[in-house]
Design a protein around this ligand. Structure first.
Ligand code: ACO
Length: 323
């Protein structure tokens, strides 16, 4: 059967690093509070004029070089973001143009922090139906642009960045031993739309707006929703937490990650953590973490890797793959 195999990985974080202590004088907070509640120690912040498309392009070029492909080899680009350069056109077409790709198609996908899982699952569907052979999937965000820098309960949590993967069609045996995406599960429930949202938009206020969040409510739902989609992946494959080599969660909050791993019986040594250095980069967080663990040799060919995320909407999803 046809499987979607990740053949290249790339990432980019803006040069400017903002440490927790840099918030002193901006809002009433402390390094101790932020580290204890979230595990975040620093985040990268895009330079003035540096856009989501800039970050996305850099991550994309690295992923394409890693996969050994050029723009001519791609059929499709899917870019997950909630912070596009413009309301339209899609940031994906800007990246498509910059990469010199004048064939195929490019579009954005919007599922906030679950964006990369939604985009990668969409790519998998296109590949498995034969619609595309080689897809570039990017998660890129400049959340610093939608933060209310006077709201200490949100501005300390997020950062900017981008990650990208090249996904290719590959004929496999159709077993759990296959390389590539084995199963993916997506969920959303708009009943929770007011718990994490941006209070602006072209059709409502005519402004960009700022991120608003009921942090405690998000926290209360997160672990159960993450467990829900991971258990769906286990039910679909017959695999369990014991079979996993690596767990690459969305990097929102170390406490949510630890609680999810504990609930699912995933050994802490198998959990990839970057939230301490990146903060929550929304759709970029999973590919940033994945690329780091592939780059430093932790994730190796044949390893079983579970990706998961939960975010605004609420949206949540899991994706199980063999590297
Ligand atoms: N520094 C110091 N004090 C703060 C700060 C801050 N940066 N932010 C809030 N506080 C204060 C609050 O004002 C409150 O004070 P009060 O008791 O005097 O009213 C106190 O700290 C406790 O506030 P809580 O909101 O109850 O703090 P909590 O322990 O829940 O931690 C947090 C807050 C970190 C936001 C937590 O709720 C959380 O992690 N929630 C999940 C949020 C998240 O991860 N969102 C992203 C996931 S979804 C996505 O990725 C888009």
């Amino acid at each position: 059967m046809i499987r979607s195999v990740i053949t290249g990985c790339g990432s980019y974080s803006p040069e400017r690093v903002m440490k927790n202590t840099d918030f002193e004088g901006i809002v009433e907070t402390s390094d101790e509070w932020i580290v204890q509640r979230t595990g975040i120690r620093q985040r990268h912040i895009a330079a003035e004029g540096e856009t989501t498309a800039d970050l996305a392009e850099k991550a994309a070029r690295e992923a394409m070089a890693d996969a050994g492909v050029t723009a001519a080899d791609l059929d499709l680009i899917i870019l997950a973001t909630s912070t596009p350069n413009n309301t339209f056109p899609a940031t994906a077409v800007e990246v498509q143009h910059r990469l010199g790709m004048d064939h195929g198609a490019a579009f954005d996908s919007q599922a906030v922090c679950t964006g990369f899982i939604f985009a990668l699952t969409t790519a998998d569907q296109y590949i498995r139906t034969g619609f595309a052979k080689r897809v570039l999937v990017i998660g890129a965000e400049t959340f610093s642009r939608i933060l209310d820098w006077e709201d200490r309960s949100t501005c300390v949590l997020f950062g900017d960045g981008a990650g990208a993967v090249v996904v290719e069609s590959s004929e496999q045996a159709g077993t759990n031993g296959d390389r590539g995406i084995l199963t993916a599960h997506l969920r959303s429930d708009g009943a929770h739309k007011d718990k994490l949202y941006v209070d602006g938009g072209p059709s409502s206020t005519g402004t960009v707006g700022y991120l608003r969040m009921e942090g405690r409510e998000v926290f209360r739902h997160a672990v159960a929703m993450i467990a829900d989609v991971i258990e769906a992946a286990y039910a679909a494959t017959g695999l369990t937490s014991r079979d996993l080599d690596w767990f690459v969660p969305h990097q929102a909050n170390k406490r949510i990650i630890d609680a999810s791993a504990r609930k699912l019986g995933i050994d802490p040594s198998k959990v990839i953590i970057t939230v301490d250095r990146h903060g929550n980069t929304s759709a970029a967080s999973i590919p940033l973490a994945l690329c780091e663990a592939v780059g430093d040799g932790r994730i190796k060919r044949g390893d079983l890797v579970m990706l998961e995320a939960m975010g605004g909407g609420f949206t949540w999803g899991s994706l199980l793959l063999r590297w």
